[in-house]
Ligand binder design. Structure first.
Ligand SMILES: *Cc1c(COP(=O)(O)O)cnc(C)c1O
Length: 245
């Protein structure tokens, strides 16, 4: 295995990562927000553990994964080598996968139904008991801005029932809201709507300060409207392979 510090792929990642960091810094500055207000979650789904190593060598410490068993395998490899690296689950979670996800994820960004909350609570409690995790599992509730079930998420009207379940679950910690902007219509409009939903949500759940929003194509409007975590894949790693293992 070549050293991740000095191969051609590392150079490519370094260049794209630099461009994304610059975009993010410019967006944060334009919004008049403090530099540390927005976390960059590098989305490494479909890409090998070696790319995660390269990105760690380039200074990144927070990654997003979306598929099992790919995520569990990759996280185990990295955790065997380094500490202090966080992995979040950003993709939809089948209830039967709650157990494995609760062993590796810092947070799950895509919680959108009662049954999943119940499964994650049981799984996170077991993982805490077993010493597989040290802290409660962070939960972002995924909001559906247009009600399209294909993208996942709950409509704003159903958020508080779900949030109450999370608040009552001792092994879970409500972190905030997440959304994927619908493809139609201006992103600014969706992000503005999400910011409204988040503001109202925080009136009842003041601890839910997190807003996971913005991807490669819409980081800027997301940051303008209060995102605290952008999930960026393609702009850093390149196009994902259409087929994968
Ligand atoms: C894949 C994925 C991303 C990253 O999207 P890019 O457009 O590649 O930056 C962000 N969020 C979720 C939920 C994803 O599944």
């Amino acid at each position: 295995m070549t050293s991740p510090a000095d191969d051609a792929r590392t150079a490519e990642l370094a260049e794209r990562l630099g461009a994304v960091r610059a975009r993010l810094a410019a967006a944060v500055a334009a919004a008049g927000r403090p530099a540390a207000a927005v976390e960059l979650l590098v989305v490494t789904k479909y890409f090998p553990a070696q790319d995660v190593r390269r990105l760690i060598a380039l200074g990144e410490r927070a990654f997003g994964e979306s598929r099992e068993p790919e995520a569990s395998r990759k996280v185990a490899e990295i955790r065997a080598e380094v500490t202090g690296v966080a992995f979040d689950m950003i993709g939809s979670v089948q209830t039967k996968k709650a157990k494995v996800v609760a062993r590796w994820a810092r947070s799950v960004h895509s919680v959108d139904r009662d049954k999943l909350v119940v499964a994650l609570e049981a799984a996170a409690a077991a993982a805490l008991d077993a010493g597989d995790r040290a802290d409660p599992l962070g939960v972002y509730l995924q909001v559906s801005l247009d009600g399209d079930p294909a993208r996942g998420g709950v409509v704003a009207a159903d958020l508080s029932a779900l949030a109450d379940l999370v608040v009552e679950a001792p092994a879970l910690e409500l972190r905030g809201l997440m959304a994927i902007a619908p493809l139609d219509g201006p992103r600014e409009r969706w992000m503005a709507e999400l910011a409204d939903v988040h503001e109202r949500f925080q009136e009842t759940y003041p601890q839910a300060v997190g807003l996971s929003a913005g991807m490669s194509g819409d980081m800027e409007p997301a940051v303008h409207y209060g995102s605290t975590c952008v999930r960026v894949g393609t702009a850093i790693l390149g196009d994902r392979p259409l087929l994968s293992q």
